[in-house]
Design a protein around this ligand. Structure first.
Ligand code: SF4
Ligand code: SF4
Length: 149
């Protein structure tokens, strides 16, 4: 059985419900709790899983890197970007990686092929067992993507 606890609004108690639901079901069998909140994955703060069991998986988005030798400052990349992540100035192209959504469009429209995409880490996915959890039925796993700033 898969149970999803979700809401479009923060502060409604999603994590509290999910954590307590998992705890209330832990004697019923193997429980996997996945905290998929991309902004505030806090289930691990309540449950304190042993996250050292597995290596964290890095989560990245591709962001533009400008080759200043090729760029002629035409501005097409900045015109294309709907997120204001690029700005063309007299001395070059500024990139604001925090604003970039990784769509790849700027690299596509660049007539000089001056943009290459490089990975920017935006988080990690971690997995771990829970201390003190009943292990007679296979124990438990908690996983959460964590923002990386
Ligand atoms: S589109 Fe390409 S050539 Fe034009 S400003 Fe952007 S990076 Fe430079
Ligand atoms: S990859 Fe997309 S969002 Fe990021 S800078 Fe380029 S056009 Fe903007």
């Amino acid at each position: 059985m898969v149970i999803a606890v979700l809401s479009g609004k923060g502060g409604t108690g999603k994590t509290t419900v999910a954590v307590n639901l998992a705890l209330s079901l832990k004697e019923q069998g193997r429980i996997i709790l996945v905290d998929a909140d991309v902004e505030e994955p806090n289930a691990a703060l309540y449950l304190k899983p042993d996250l050292a069991l597995d290596e964290a998986i890095l989560v990245t988005v591709p962001v533009p890197e400008i080759d200043r030798e090729l760029c002629d400052y035409c501005g097409r990349c900045a015109d294309f970007c709907q997120y204001g992540a690029l700005a063309v100035i007299a001395e070059g192209v500024l990139t604001f990686q925090e604003l970039c959504h990784g769509c790849g469009g700027c690299a596509l429209v660049c007539p000089k092929k001056a943009i290459r995409e490089v990975p920017r880490q935006i988080g990690t996915v971690e997995r771990g067992g829970l201390k003190g959890w009943s292990s007679g039925r296979g124990g438990s796993i908690s996983a959460s993507p964590s923002p990386y700033r």
